[in-house]
Design a binder for this molecule. Structure first.
Ligand code: EPZ
Length: 420
């Protein structure tokens, strides 16, 4: 299993380009199932989860042609089965995103019920309840979700008990080909949901209200092909900006989305960083200072994103003062804490709250990645720690961060991948 070897202590300085957003690319690739025309998706990040989604589409008989710039042309007209097998779904829960498009376009979908994952039980009850409200028959047998409908799905008014990103995305996609109007209430407002909606509109869907908590979709008979570039990754961007703050350096992220990180930039400024923004770039300059501790409480967009929580626990672990981090979205998203304690961090977890007392220095140590964003926080901790840190199970990182050692290396980090 590959490991990352990092020698901490040098402030990061330089410019790095944001890759395409994993959490926009995954629903947009699933949305290609809604048309029989050729469709091209550009600016895909070169990540394991993207490869898995392309494998999944290929396993259904779709034509998949990827070029060297990670643009992919998909031909759904050759689709010959509507099944997402357990072997693929167990490696990537976002496979659930093919459920809505398949049942809406082909009248049938068999998707392995995603199990829980490291950060929580991750139920999909809201996805299923919404599809039932649109007339789909849902059976869960032998670990599979079997969704069927005779004819077209029917538009419906759907209220989400909880804000769910992929739940909103699944039903948004299903509603584009349903008969009549669908209203999604208490919908997710994440930028990735907006990016999906914009791609669907480019395919001919009739959608309004995306980016607000009420999305209205007028169903159409068919959707056409298009060429659509995926938005930049705001969580990757935020992670590199925290890397500047935690090491006292100066990092500029280019080709990124400036509007979607307000809550994160506000917290970086509160931590003492100088933040500057241009049309498509964001720069953080810590001017050699140690960060101040900040309090975080995660919530759906536009509030502070749960996917940046672990990174700020790392920032607080070397800050002056005491920071309080409250995780309101997932029930088990502090697994990075145990690993940081091995590096000398002073963190106490009580339920969904972590109290972090900043220390002068973390010490390098062998640690283990447990989930995608936890592993990013271990990289950040290692960059500022004294001595060497070896991070094991970095396949978690490769799921969400493209060429992580190259990108951090270009910013002056002493980082290498140990293959074995
Ligand atoms: C998406 O997951 C993201 N994944 C996650 O990013 C992100 O952390 C999460 O949204 C929250 O922003 C993708 O977009 C592929 P939810 P998702 O449904 O959609 C509960 C990363 O690191 N819930 O918004 O699975 C659920 O248990 C990943 O890139 C139900 O109860 O999250 C959670 O407590 C990790 N029933 C809350 O809602 C449902 O049917 C929010 O989950 C669905 C969700």
């Amino acid at each position: 299993m590959d490991k990352l070897l990092i020698t901490g202590g040098s402030p990061l300085n330089g410019v790095v380009r944001a890759s395409g957003a994993k959490n926009a690319a995954l629903p947009i690739l699933a949305a290609t199932l809604l048309t029989k025309d050729l469709i091209t998706i550009k600016n895909l990040p070169h990540l394991h989860d993207i490869t898995t989604m392309l494998e999944l589409l290929g396993s259904m008989g779709c034509g998949v042609v990827v070029d060297e710039k990670m643009s992919v042309q998909l031909d759904i007209s050759t689709l010959n089965n509507c099944e997402a097998p357990y072997e693929l779904v167990k490696t990537m829960r976002a496979s659930i995103l093919v459920l809505g498009p398949l049942v809406s376009h082909f009248g049938r979908a068999v998707v392995s019920l995603p199990g829980g994952c490291a950060i929580g039980s991750r139920p999909v009850d809201l996805h299923l309840r919404g599809l039932e409200a649109m007339g789909a028959k849902i059976d869960v047998t032998g670990g599979n979700i079997v969704a069927t409908v005779d004819g077209r799905l029917q538009g419906a008014r759907i209220f989400f008990d909880k804000v769910t990103v992929t739940g909103t995305e699944n039903l948004l996609m299903a509603a584009t080909l349903a008969e009549g109007q669908t209203v999604l209430e208490n919908a997710a407002r994440e930028p990735e949901v907006v990016d999906l909606a914009e791609c669907l509109i480019a395919m001919g869907a009739k959608i309004t209200g995306h980016g607000t908590d009420t999305i209205v979709i007028e169903g159409v008979e068919a959707l056409n092909g298009t060429t659509y570039p995926v938005m930049p990754d705001r969580i990757e961007t935020g992670t590199f900006l925290v890397a500047a703050a935690i090491t006292g350096g100066k990092v500029k992220v280019i080709d990124t989305d400036v509007k979607s990180l307000e809550a994160v930039l506000a917290k970086l400024e509160e931590a003492g960083a100088k933040v500057a923004c241009g049309e498509n770039w964001i720069e953080v300059d810590m001017e050699g200072r140690r960060p101040n501790a900040v309090n975080i409480s995660t919530a759906p967009y536009p509030a502070f994103p749960t996917d940046m929580q672990a990174q700020f626990v790392a920032l607080n672990s070397v800050a002056t003062g005491v920071g309080r981090v409250i995780e309101n979205i997932f029930e088990n998203r502090f697994m990075h804490v145990d690993e940081m304690l091995r590096m000398g961090a002073d963190i106490e977890v009580m339920g969904n709250t972590a109290i972090i007392r900043g220390c002068d220095k973390l010490k390098g140590a062998p640690v283990m990645a447990t989930d995608l964003r936890a592993s990013a926080s271990l990289v950040l901790s290692a960059l500022v720690a004294e001595g060497d840190t070896k991070i094991d199970r970095i396949y978690h990182i490769d799921r969400g961060y493209e060429c992580i050692e190259e990108k951090f290396g270009a910013l002056g980090a002493k980082i290498s991948r140990v293959l074995n």
